[in-house]
Ligand binder design. Structure first.
Ligand code: ADP
Ligand code: ZN
Length: 216
């Protein structure tokens, strides 16, 4: 199974991906996670991407496309993959089409997670993350037992720079401008499905099961 999740920042793509991965043994590829790992390891890609990420801008297409082409060639993608955070622009979607063509494979579904901007702002300004293990917390409904310290590993729990409100507003504007057009792009290819992001952490998984049941 090869699927793409499209959704505004904070629409819960990562959470949906996790629930899907429990059922299907496919590679979960989050461009945000790969980029953050590169920033942390201070690679050339990380150094080039850092400033864009901190201000909520998109990292240039060439860097992302090169990164994804090599990622999609890795062996764990043979059994399928779930793309979380890619493509995010029309040129990226077109580049993905040609990568898939080269690899001789095609997409099964593109799933759009629909969510209201104000819900996103609410969700992301309260989001915190462990600097060491990546565990996600929320000051409103999933606080760390001891403030600032990870329950799982004892690491430092922080707010991501790009989770500050002004940066979130910027990321939302970028989403509406650059990524939302992909919804029409995939709709015209007849592989788009939309779900309400407020429908719980298994909405996408349920949709996939239903489609499978219907032989799609
Ligand atoms: P979110 O989906 O919550 O905005 P991500 O963790 O997916 O955040 O991405 C964090 C940042 O990484 C983005 O704001 C952007 O700067 C960069 N990024 C991630 N994916 C892409 C992409 N496909 N194209 C360009 N930039 C990207
Ligand atoms: Zn931790």
């Amino acid at each position: 199974m090869r699927i793409i999740l499209i959704g505004a920042p904070g629409s819960g793509k990562g959470t949906q991906a996790e629930s899907i991965r429990e059922k299907y043994p496919i590679a979960h590829i989050s461009t945000g996670d790969i980029l953050r790992a590169n920033v942390k390891a201070d690679t050339e890609l990380g150094r080039n991407a850092k400033e864009y990420m901190a201000s909520g801008k998109l990292v240039p297409d060439e860097l992302i496309v090169a990164m994804m082409e090599s990622r999609l060639r890795e062996s764990d993608c043979k059994d399928g993959f779930l793309l979380d955070g890619f493509p995010r622009t029309k040129p990226q979607a077109e580049a993905l089409d040609s990568i898939l063509e080269k690899l001789g494979i095609s997409l099964d579904a593109v799933i759009q997670l629909d969510v209201d901007d104000e819900i996103v702002v609410q969700r992301l300004t309260t989001r915190r993350v462990c600097k060491s293990c990546g565990e996600i917390y929320n000051t409103a409904f999933k606080p760390a037992k001891i403030e600032g310290i990870c329950d799982k590993c004892g690491g430092e729990v922080i707010q991501r720079n790009d989770d500050k409100e002004s940066v979130i507003r910027n990321r939302l504007a970028v989403f509406h401008e650059q990524t939302a057009p992909l919804i029409d792009y995939y709709r015209s290819k007849d592989i788009l499905a939309s779900v309400d992001a407020a429908g719980g952490k298994d909405v996408v998984l349920k949709l996939l099961e239903k489609r499978k049941g219907a032989g799609k």
